[in-house]
Design a protein around this ligand. Structure first.
Ligand SMILES: [Zn+2]
Length: 335
């Protein structure tokens, strides 16, 4: 068996990691300064130097709108957050926006990172379809209909056991997102809304950042039945590093992250598991050994040491995410 350390250095030099969910600009806007993105700090989990060190080639950056911000206030909030991300793209050499399928291969070199914009809750649309076109123009290529609570489009995972389904507006959005080649993300949706979305969507659909109820039974996490439905769309699930999604109590560890990855890999195959850290989106202590984005090489080493082949390790770290994003974005060229 080859020395994992040597394999990891070679592997990570190719910047294979795709992180399907991060809240870097929400954190920077709240606690710091967006200009800090380019400098290495000890704050939060992500900045440009730590992404480069971690072998990350692509990060899905969220435009998250808290539930208190409804109507025009939510729209204003989301536009400001989008403006800050776009400003970071403009002012950091080597950082670019992934908007079309071809862009997926543009950000692979040293010091080069692709951002893909994700709208986390469509509450900024305030029920108006025109805002989808506006946010699409801003570069949004992935959409989650809700955060934890119901909005104009759908029910959230904290709305009670089954929650609300999709509204008429939500159903129309699912069709439009599919048609436009924008990724559909069921993370944070309620059970009923998730089922209705998966029945309607053309796919592939993802749950970008999540844990699994079989290992940690919480409403925010996915049941095996739902994972199976996501897999049937050709999609995938991204493991997040939020301790409360990984373990019922106590600190999370790298072993627990490995166990969540193995849960999906063994039941549904290594083609349907990915990473969506939720870095910068939580304040509790991250899993021991995965303290920030510079630690992805340690995760790669652990996957190889656990017996995953190099090909499967590549898929889990980012290959699967690239495949699904490529499939969805390719639809843009054809419409
Ligand atoms: Zn989230």
């Amino acid at each position: 068996m080859p020395d994992p350390a040597i394999d990891v250095t070679r592997l990570m030099a190719e910047r294979p990691v795709v992180d399907l969910h991060a809240d870097t600009f929400y954190r920077l806007a709240r606690f710091a300064d967006v200009a800090k993105f380019g400098a290495r700090t000890q704050e939060g989990h992500i900045d440009l130097p730590r992404l480069v060190e971690g072998g990350v080639g692509l990060v899905v950056q969220a435009i998250y709108t808290p539930k208190e911000k409804t109507g025009p206030e939510g729209t204003d909030h989301a536009m400001r957050l989008a403006a800050r991300i776009l400003e970071a793209v403009r002012t950091n050499p080597g950082v670019g926006l992934v908007e079309e399928a071809d862009d997926l291969d543009r950000f692979r070199g040293p010091d080069s990172i692709g951002f893909l914009l994700h709208l986390e809750s469509v509450s900024p649309f305030a029920g108006e379809m025109g805002f989808l076109s506006l946010f699409e123009k801003l570069g949004v290529r992935s959409v989650g209909l809700t955060h934890n609570h119901a909005n104009e489009a759908a029910g959230g995972c904290e709305d009670g056991p089954d929650g609300l389904g999709l509204s008429g507006f939500g159903r129309e959005l699912v069709s439009e997102l599919d048609r436009r080649g924008i990724l559909l993300d069921v993370a944070h949706l309620g059970n009923r809304a998730t089922r209705e979305l998966l029945e309607r969507a053309r796919g592939p659909v993802v749950a970008s950042h999540t844990g699994f109820r079989a290992l940690c039974d919480r409403p925010r996490n996915l049941s095996d039945e739902t994972i199976g439905e996501i897999v049937r769309t050709g999609g995938l699930v991204g493991i997040d590093f939020v301790p409360g999604h990984l373990v019922r109590e106590g600190p999370a560890t790298m072993d627990v992250v490995l166990a969540h990855i193995a849960h999906v890999a063994e039941r549904f195959g290594t083609d349907h598991v990915a990473i969506g850290s939720d870095f910068d989106g939580f304040e509790s202590a991250p899993p021991v050994g995965l303290e920030d984005a510079s630690r992805f090489p340690a995760l790669a080493a652990r996957l190889l040491a656990a017996g995953y082949s190099e090909a499967d390790t590549r898929k889990i770290l980012g290959g699967n995410a690239r495949r699904v994003l490529g499939e969805v974005l390719a639809r843009r060229a054809r419409r």
